[in-house]
Design a protein around this ligand. Structure first.
Ligand code: SF4
Ligand code: SF4
Length: 377
C-alpha cells in the first residue's frame, strides 16, 4: 500500500521499539518523532454521528488486522481515531491488542465482532461476548457485531443482543453482511435490534447498493462501509488508497470508514488522505483504476448464486481469491475456504472452456477462481 521508502519505515519501527512509545510521548512529544512527511493535523479528523446510536465516531476507523506493532494504537488515537473494530485473539479476521487499547478505553468506541457459526444459539454468543470482556478487561463494548450471519443465526444473535444490552455489557449492535438484499429485510423491520450495518460499499458498487444505503440511512442505522478499498487491488496510476477513501468520505451517508492498518506508515497515509477533499483528479484516478479492479472485485450482488453447473459457490470463491491476491492475507483466505462445504469448493474452472456465468459487474469469474487453484497446487 505504501509508496514511501522501506528504509524510512524500518528506521521508525526500530526507533519506536528501542525507546518505547509511551515514554517518548511523555518526554519529548510525538511531534518530535521522525515522520513520513504527511500533513497530519488531528483536529482535521472529521467526526460523524453514527445513526441512532448518537455516537460521535471518527470518519476513519481502525479495523482489526494481523498487526504486531502496538505503537500504532496510541498513534491512531493521537491522530483523532476513536473507533476500533476488534475480534478475538484467535480470529482469522484480525486482531487488535486489547492491552494497548485498555488505557484509552474511555476515549474510544470499541466494536467487538463475533463470527457466524452455523446453528449457534444465543447462549453461544453470550459466552463469546463474556470471554471477550474477560480477556480484554473491558467492562462493556459500544457495538457488538456479528459477521455475515445465516438468517437463523441472526435471530439467535438478536436474542443475545437484547439480553446483553439489559445486562449493560453492550450499548449497540451491528451486523456485517455479504448479502445485503437478503439481510435488508431484517435490518429494516421496525422491531430489528440491529443498529449499525457494515455492507460492501466502495467506488465500484452498483447503484442498487447505493439505494440500500439510502434506505438504511433513512431508517437511522449507523453505516460503516465494508471493503472500502475495493479489495486493495491497487495498481498504477495510484499505489495508495487516498482517492478511494476520499470518495467514501465525500458521501455524508457514510459514518466511519474502517480500514485494516498494519503499521504506522499505513495509518498516517490514511489519515493524511482524509485531510484533503475528493477532487477532480481523484475522480480521474478512479476512472483509470476502474477496469483493472472491476474485473477482480465481487460486489456480492448474488446474481451468480446457484448458476454454476458444477455447483461452485462462485461469489465466495471470488471473494476468497481477493483475500489472497488483494489483501495478501492467506490466513483469512484459508479460513473462508474452510467454511465452504467440500462438495461446493472443488476448483474445476479450468475444465470449462468458458464460464457460463455472465457477471453483471464484469468480474472475470473463471480467472479469479482459477487463481485459488494455482495458489493451492
Ligand atoms: S461474481 Fe459477479 S455475479 Fe457473482 S456475486 Fe460477485 S459481482 Fe455478483
Ligand atoms: S468456469 Fe465453470 S466451474 Fe467455474 S464458475 Fe464458471 S461455470 Fe462454474
Amino acid at each position: 500500500m505504501g509508496n514511501n521508502s522501506k528504509a524510512n519505515s524500518e528506521n521508525r519501527r526500530r526507533f519506536l521499539k528501542t525507546t518505547g512509545f509511551n515514554s517518548l510521548k511523555a518526554f519529548i512529544g510525538l511531534s518530535l518523532l521522525p515522520d513520513f512527511g504527511y500533513k497530519l493535523d488531528p483536529s482535521k479528523m472529521p467526526r460523524r454521528i453514527l445513526g441512532r446510536t448518537n455516537m460521535s465516531v471518527s470518519l476513519l476507523g481502525f479495523g482489526a488486522a494481523h498487526n504486531k506493532d502496538k505503537t500504532v494504537y496510541p498513534r491512531a488515537i493521537e491522530l483523532g481515531i476513536n473507533t476500533f473494530r476488534v475480534a478475538g485473539p484467535d480470529s482469522p479476521i484480525g486482531f487488535i491488542s486489547y492491552e494497548a487499547l485498555l488505557p484509552f478505553r474511555e476515549k474510544i468506541h470499541l466494536a467487538f465482532t463475533s463470527l457466524n457459526v452455523s446453528n449457534a444459539t444465543h447462549s453461544f454468543y453470550l459466552e463469546d461476548l463474556d470471554n471477550f470482556l474477560k480477556q480484554s478487561k473491558m467492562k462493556y463494548v459500544d457495538i457488538w457485531y456479528i459477521a455475515v450471519p445465516d438468517p437463523d443465526v441472526l435471530i439467535e444473535f438478536s436474542e443475545a443482543v437484547n439480553i446483553a444490552r439489559k445486562a449493560g455489557k453492550i450499548l449497540w449492535s451491528g451486523i456485517s453482511t455479504h448479502n445485503v438484499k437478503r439481510d435488508s429485510v431484517r435490518l429494516l423491520s421496525p422491531d430489528s435490534p440491529i443498529d449499525v450495518v457494515m455492507m460492501t460499499y466502495n467506488y465500484l458498487s452498483p447503484k442498487c447498493d447505493s439505494d440500500f444505503l439510502n434506505q438504511f440511512h433513512q431508517a437511522g442505522l449507523g453505516i460503516m462501509p465494508m471493503k472500502p478499498l475495493a479489495g486493495n487491488f491497487l495498481k498504477k496510476p495510484v499505489d495508495r488508497p487516498d482517492p478511494l477513501i476520499r470518495w467514501l468520505a465525500a458521501d455524508e451517508r457514510i459514518h466511519t470508514i474502517t480500514v485494516m492498518m498494519n503499521s504506522i506508515e499505513q495509518l498516517e497515509q490514511n489519515v493524511s488522505a482524509l485531510q484533503l477533499p475528493f477532487s477532480e483528479e481523484d475522480q480521474k484516478l478512479l476512472q483509470n483504476l476502474y477496469s483493472y479492479n472491476s474485473s477482480r472485485f465481487c460486489r456480492m450482488c448474488g446474481t451468480c448464486e446457484g448458476r454454476c453447473p458444477n455447483g461452485l459457490n462462485v461469489a465466495d470463491l471470488v471473494r476468497i481469491s481477493m483475500y489472497r491476491e488483494g489483501y495478501h492475507d492467506e490466513k483469512l483466505a484459508r479460513f473462508n475456504l474452510s467454511l465452504i462445504p467440500e462438495r461446493n469448493r472443488q476448483i474445476i474452472c479450468d475444465k470449462c472452456d468458458q464460464c457460463v456465468i455472465n457477471c453483471p459487474n464484469g468480474v472475470a469469474i473463471q480467472k479469479q477462481i482459477g487463481l485459488i487453484k494455482d495458489w493451492l497446487s
